[in-house]
Ligand binder design. Sequence first.
Ligand SMILES: C[S@@+](CC[C@H](N)C(=O)[O-])C[C@H]1O[C@@H](n2cnc3c(N)ncnc32)[C@H](O)[C@@H]1O
Length: 236
Amino acid sequence: MKFAQAVDSGAYHAEGRAMVVSKNPEQYWNAYYANEQVPELPSQFAVFVANELVTGALPAHRSLIDLGCGNGRDSLFFAQLGFHVGCLDRSSAAISACQSRFAKASLAATAMPQCRVGESHGDGLGELAEALGGPVFIYSRFFFHAIDEEAELQTFARIAEVLARHGGMLAAEFRTTEDEKLQKFTSPHYRRYIAPETFSERLARAGLETVWQAEGRGMAKYKQDDACVARVIAKK
Ligand SMILES: C[S@@+](CC[C@H](N)C(=O)[O-])C[C@H]1O[C@@H](n2cnc3c(N)ncnc32)[C@H](O)[C@@H]1O
């Protein structure tokens, strides 16, 4: 089934039938994570970021916050590598899924990630950074295209504040405008396709400098989906 998204109206059109898709889909993510039919292995992006961090391609960080962490598959991967991990997500079902995943993983008490239910632009990010200690690597996969522009702006401001206070960097992966035309096999929900240069311009307005970026396919494959994504690494 082919879907096209009209970002302004927030509506999807499936084979001529209009389906309204909320721009603020908390219920969607709660149902998605309660259902548990979600990816379990760490993402390709998590492996890429870990490789950059442990080989010294990026400055060493002991603390990492998984922003929009979903079921915590990437958070657990980072915790098992020895990072002190914080998890932030607005969906209580996602955070519950994280907590049961971490409990089953037999992590040492000191390696147990700290979890918060909360908005990306709320107090949770700063609280986690304070608890973990800086510098803090803010890792965010498939999150920025799941929020609207206003929330993105507020989140960039919050990230800039946290990085100014504690030091650290941001790594984000998101769907780009090139992805909009590609067929999707995953269920329809709010997606905002972002041009990487627009993302970096908005980061710059928040005082964050892009130090590396890439765009393409093959970096975020899931079953038949092969999304066109951008990866951006930024610093304060
Ligand atoms: C596409 S999922 C990505 C999950 C995970 N990063 C992964 O790649 O598997 C997007 C996540 O962002 C969360 N989210 C959406 N809006 C949010 C907001 N304003 N603040 C915090 N989390 C939010 C959703 O609950 C969902 O878990």
